[in-house]
Write a protein that binds this ligand. Structure first.
Ligand SMILES: [Zn+2]
Length: 189
């Protein structure tokens, strides 16, 4: 059985730029395996495809780079920073929506973004248990809004916040998923 671990790959590209430049071919392996933490163990594996919203009405199919760890045998997928785990609306648009901005992209995806906010509110108690005061001291009973503003202030934007939540706390805004958890090595190298 294949075990996949997901990481967020830092990039300032938009979904369209990423696709036009075939940037998935340039994505470099993380130095350390996110699972076993060993250095220089990740070798090229393949790609998988997923959908992402763009500035237009179009939904774009992009390729996501994957690597295989020679030590722990886990596959590592490098989701570009403009994408959220398991959510098609691109990260900057989710951020604008959560900030209450009504841009053209937000208006076009408002229903989905509303669902995302509901998921975030539902996940909040668990999320707060994981992160504690890592992003600053919180009020006694923080609301989703309280935590959202604090997270964005501490991290700068949602892309960077998602990367930190996944790498350091093995969770994200919308849930705690298997693909963000560390596993035992599948076999000794
Ligand atoms: Zn590994």
């Amino acid at each position: 059985m294949e075990v996949v671990m997901q990481t967020i790959y830092p990039t300032s590209l938009t979904p369209n730029q990423y696709a036009e430049q075939e940037y998935h071919k340039q994505v470099k392996a993380p130095i350390n395996c996110p699972n076993c933490q060993r250095a220089h163990t990740l070798g090229a594996l393949a790609y998988y495809e997923r959908y992402i919203t763009t500035a237009t009405v179009l939904v774009l199919l992009i390729w996501v780079r994957r690597f295989l760890c020679r030590h722990c045998r886990i596959s590592v997928s490098c989701l570009p920073e403009f994408a959220q785990p398991y959510r098609p609306v691109n990260t900057p648009t989710v951020e604008e929506g959560f900030n209450g901005q009504v841009t053209a992209q937000v208006a076009r995806r408002s229903e989905l973004i509303g669902c995302y906010w509901d998921r975030f509110e539902t996940h909040l108690p668990l999320l707060l248990r994981e992160v504690g005061n890592a992003f600053g001291p919180l009020p006694l009973q923080p609301t989703a809004k309280d935590f959202w503003h604090q997270l964005i202030e501490a991290c700068g934007d949602l892309g960077s916040a998602t990367r930190q939540l996944i790498d350091q706390f093995h969770t994200c805004l919308f849930g705690t998923y298997r693909c963000h958890q560390r596993r035992q090595p599948l076999q000794a190298a």
